[in-house]
Design a protein around this ligand. Structure first.
Ligand SMILES: Cc1cc2nc3c(=O)[nH]c(=O)nc-3n(C[C@H](O)[C@H](O)[C@H](O)COP(=O)(O)OP(=O)(O)OC[C@H]3O[C@@H](n4cnc5c(N)ncnc54)[C@H](O)[C@@H]3O)c2cc1C
Length: 461
């Protein structure tokens, strides 16, 4: 019988890789991991965590304004971008060290270098030139932002990667894209004082989200003064008089300090030896896997963004936990991608779980819609012209709540809790039987009694 140096070799120490390595080692497997950058991956270094810190920073401007209605006099305020970036970097370095330490404490062998596959059981480590062998290999190499190299001047643009490290705050910025990263950065830069234009090729941002949420967000952005240029694309970016000139297909020229491309992400698959081994990928480049995250090569597995199932940190972690259980816990467990709650950290936030009205109809459900739009209590005194929206999509036959969509402060926190109820198959009657917490915004979710509409598949709106 062949003996390998390791039971499991993980390539990539991001959200998925670190969890898979750590939990597999806890099951008793001999595990090694390779990381070519700092530990923690996209989420820690250039994703969720630094983004949320920037979101917190950007919220203060409105808080200062809102304070007036409550009797506060806020003195002169000043925002210093280099301080935010430096403080964020200090905390990110701390979290990255914690990730590394957790691996070491669980006896995972660490290689701080790029790993490529030589054959199905041999990993070549580029910096040290070592070769190591493993019975099972896990690819958890994540993704990177697309750059659209056919756009003239794309090399002058930044992506979310660079947005976290800009030396100078951009007073004027164009952001291209309509997904959650584009929208979150539009709110971050706007909240910190920039003049923001969002350019998106479609008529409505956040494709795939419930239409009412998309409309509410767009309306709110316009009211705040975030300019939306919809149904158009960037056709050129060039230097012009000390700034950048972004030109759209509609013929508009916008002079700005930065142009950010947030037009999607690609899987990190090139140069790691997948082609020679015959690991199958989809047209999008994502690695093809079965329900247990196994690739077309039987001892090679893949999890997280590189598989493109649902590009979220908790999903990569969930896939990792299931894989460790399957491989070393003697309990084959397929990850469950249904009813994953998610947030978009705009201001107000979006929190959502389950089927949108449009998806529920597409799946053949006849649905009852319950929704409410209201001015939050806080804004009766702050005077802010902001409304919240809560919406439940209910299966008309079974009364089961299929989807919950929230546009309000702390919507992400609410969606997390509602997700438990939806995962348990809660019905609208059970929502109604739940006594409210008062005064909160979430109480609306258990007090909406009036049906706004009943819709059947194929029926016009
Ligand atoms: C701006 C932004 C904001 C986001 N916000 C959120 C959010 O709010 N909530 C949320 O859930 N998700 C968010 N995400 C998504 C989330 O970050 C990813 O889904 C998650 O990090 C995926 O984890 P992963 O393990 O698949 O890959 P990653 O975390 O990307 O890790 C992959 C690792 O592999 C390493 N690597 C690649 N190739 C090699 C190699 N050959 N050898 C050695 N190492 C290699 C990379 O350096 C990297 O560290 C955000 C992403 C971005 C970009």
């Amino acid at each position: 019988m062949t003996t390998y140096q390791y039971d499991l070799f993980v390539i990539g120490a991001g959200s998925g890789g670190v969890r898979a390595a750590r939990v597999s080692a806890q099951y008793g497997a001999r595990v090694a991991i390779a990381e070519e950058d700092n530990f923690g991956g996209t989420c820690v270094l250039r994703g969720c965590i630094p983004k949320k810190l920037f979101v917190y920073a950007s919220a203060f401007a409105e808080e200062f304004e809102d304070a007036r209605g409550f009797g506060w006099t806020v003195g002169d305020t000043h925002f210093d971008w280099p301080t935010l970036v430096a403080n964020k970097d200090t905390d990110i370095a701390r979290i990255s060290r914690v990730y590394r330490r957790l691996l070491a404490e669980n006896n995972v062998t660490i290689f701080e270098e790029r790993a490529v596959l030589k054959d199905a059981h041999t990993i070549y480590l580029k910096k040290s030139g070592q070769e190591v062998t493993a019975e099972t290999i896990l690819i958890a190499t994540g993704g990177y932002p697309s750059r659209e190299s056919e756009l003239p001047g794309y090399e002058l643009c930044i992506t979310s990667n660079e947005a976290f490290h800009l030396k100078k705050f951009p007073d004027r910025i164009v952001i291209a894209g309509g997904g959650y990263i584009a929208l979150e950065f539009a709110h971050i830069f706007h909240g910190l004082g920039a003049d923001v234009t969002l350019i998106y090729r479609g008529p409505k941002v956040l494709r795939g989200f419930d239409d009412d949420l998309r409309d509410a967000l767009q309306h709110s952005m316009e009211k705040k003064g975030i300019r939306l240029a919809l149904d158009t694309v960037l056709t050129r970016v060039e230097r012009s008089d000390g700034c950048l000139r972004a030109t759209t297909f509609a013929g508009e020229h916008i002079d700005v300090d930065q142009v950010m491309l947030a037009i999607g992400r690609r899987p990190n698959i090139s140069g790691i030896g997948l082609e020679t081994l015959g690991v199958k990928t989809r047209k999008s480049g994502h690695i093809e896997v079965d329900r247990y995250s196994r690739t077309s090569v039987s001892n090679i597995y893949a999890i997280g963004d590189v598989t493109g199932r649902l590009d979220l940190t908790p999903v990569a972690i969930h896939e990792a936990m299931c894989l460790a259980k399957t491989l070393y816990g003697d309990e084959p467990t397929a990850p469950d991608h249904e009813l994953v709650a998610t947030a978009v950290f705009t201001r107000p936030e979006i929190g959502t779980v389950g089927l949108s009205e449009e998806k529920a109809l597409k799946r053949g459900h006849t649905i009852d819609i319950y929704k409410t739009s209201f001015k939050p209590l806080k804004h009766t005194l702050s005077g802010r012209d902001e409304r919240s929206l809560m919406k439940l999509v209910v299966d008309a036959e079974t009364d089961r709540v299929l989807g919950c969509h929230i546009f309000s402060a702390e919507a992400g926190e609410m969606a997390q809790l509602v997700a438990i109820a939806l995962k348990m198959g809660a019905t609208k009657a059970q929502f109604d039987a739940t006594v409210a917490v008062h005064p909160t915004m979430a109480e609306e979710l258990v007090t909406i009694r009036t049906k706004s509409a009943t819709r059947s598949p194929g029926e016009p709106k």
